[in-house]
Ligand binder design. Structure first.
Ligand SMILES: *[C@@H]1O[C@H](CO)[C@@H](O)[C@H](O)[C@H]1NC(C)=O
Ligand SMILES: *[C@@H]1O[C@H](CO)[C@@H](O)[C@H](O)[C@H]1NC(C)=O
Length: 165
C-alpha cells in the first residue's frame, strides 16, 4: 500500500479535542503537564527540554477541528540546532487497536509543504490551511510522530488521541 504523507496530513491527524482527551475519557491517557503550548490537542511524548525543536506554540482554528471543514494551523518554534537532510519522522496511526499506518517519512521533504527546506535552523513560524476529509470513519485514533535527525538525535515527539464521532 502506497501512503502519501504530508505535514498537513500529519498535523490534521494529530488533531484532537482536549475536551475529549481530558473530558470524556475515564482516565487521562496523556499527561497534562506535557501539553504543547497553545490552542491545540497535542502532547509531547516526554519532557521536551531535550528536544532540538522548541515549540513555542501551536494554535488550531477551530479547536477542536471539525470533519469536512477548513482548519488553520499556526505554529511557532525554534530549531536550536541545524537540521540537515535525512532527518526523519516515524509516524504511527492506530484506529482503536488496529495499526493503520506505521511508516517513516522524510522531514525535509515534508517541510516543503510549508515552504521550508533543509537545513532548518533557528526560529520558524508557519501557517497552513487544510481541509479535513468529511469521510473520516468514526472512532478513536492514536497518533504518534517521533522525529529524529539522521544520527538519531530527537528533534521532537508528539502524540494525540483523536476522536471523530
Ligand atoms: C533559538 O535557539 C538558539 C539556540 O539555542 C538560540 O540562540 C536563539 O536565541 C533561539 N531563538 C529564539 C527566537 O528563541
Ligand atoms: C524508526 O522506524 C524505523 C523503521 O520502522 C526503525 O527501524 C527505527 O528504529 C525507528 N527509529 C527510532 C529511533 O525509533
Amino acid at each position: 500500500m502506497k501512503l502519501t504523507l504530508s505535514v498537513p496530513l500529519l498535523l490534521s491527524t494529530l488533531v484532537a479535542s482536549k475536551s475529549f482527551l481530558f473530558g470524556n475519557q475515564q482516565q487521562p491517557l496523556v499527561d497534562d503537564s506535557l501539553s504543547v503550548p497553545g490552542d491545540n490537542p497535542l502532547s509531547f511524548c516526554a519532557n521536551p527540554s531535550d528536544y532540538i525543536l522548541t515549540i513555542e506554540k501551536v494554535d488550531l482554528d477551530p479547536n477542536p477541528p471539525e470533519k469536512g471543514k477548513a482548519l488553520q494551523i499556526k505554529a511557532k518554534g525554534n530549531f536550536t540546532q541545524k537540521i540537515e537532510q535525512d532527518a526523519y519522522i516515524n509516524l504511527s496511526v492506530k484506529y482503536g487497536l488496529i495499526t493503520l499506518i506505521n511508516t517513516q517519512a522524510d522531514l525535509c521533504e515534508q517541510m516543503k509543504e510549508v515552504d521550508e527546506s533543509c537545513p532548518l535552523e533557528g526560529a520558524k513560524d508557519f501557517t497552513k490551511d487544510v481541509t479535513l476529509p468529511k469521510q473520516i470513519p468514526r472512532g478513536t485514533y492514536t497518533v504518534l510522530a517521533d522525529v529524529y535527525t539522521k544520527t538519531d538525535v530527537q528533534i521532537t515527539c508528539l502524540r494525540a488521541i483523536v476522536h471523530f464521532s
